[in-house]
Design a protein around this ligand. Sequence first.
Ligand code: GSH
Length: 219
Amino acid sequence: MKLFEDRISSAVARVRIALALKAVEVESVPTSILGAEPRSRSADYLAVNPQGLVPALLTDDGVLITQSLAIVEYLDEWFPEPALLPADPAERALARSVALSIASDIHPLLPPRVAKRLGTIPGADSMTAMEWNRHWIQEGLTAIEALLSRQPERLFAVGNAPSVADIVLFPQAINAERAGISLERWPRIAAVISSLRTIPAFAANAPVPRSADHRGPRR
Ligand SMILES: N[C@@H](CCC(=O)N[C@@H](CS)C(=O)NCC(=O)O)C(=O)O
């Protein structure tokens, strides 16, 4: 299988964590998403994934799967151990709720294409995108903290094993810290992230920091 990826991407990190938990190897196809001419916007890549986003997974049978959560579920179906969704229906639903509240409601407001568009709005200054990101991350993680706080305290976001909730929460939390947001204000999230940091599949697959030349002027 081939994974079209840029290691700075938190959506890519979700897939890489799932692959690592399942010990499945893939061929990496580097697909940059930053810079003047990102490979993700090239005609070649748009022919693969018309959305021009990473990740995308090409199976050995030639099936192309886009969207990180669709890829994670595909992997979970083909490689069932360890399961990435809890067996209990209520916990399963909660794991999906946590994952979707990040993947559908926080992350889409943050990627480079959004920052780029914000920068073109008259009156936007160099702080706009940074403040925009911090706002949506803080609002989103506050809601997730409240959801998690209704559950008994455990090592993982939901249930007794890493699930899709942890797979999506971990990269988002790491990026929150990189945006200068301390996790301390969300004790349940902070506790989960510190236990996930001890698991190599998570620690080795955190999104990599953007290089200085992609960060633009220091804000
Ligand atoms: N919902 C998609 C999101 C994919 C996405 O937004 N990927 C980002 C990287 S995290 C990307 O390719 N961004 C390119 C851009 O914004 O131009 C998924 O979960 O796979």
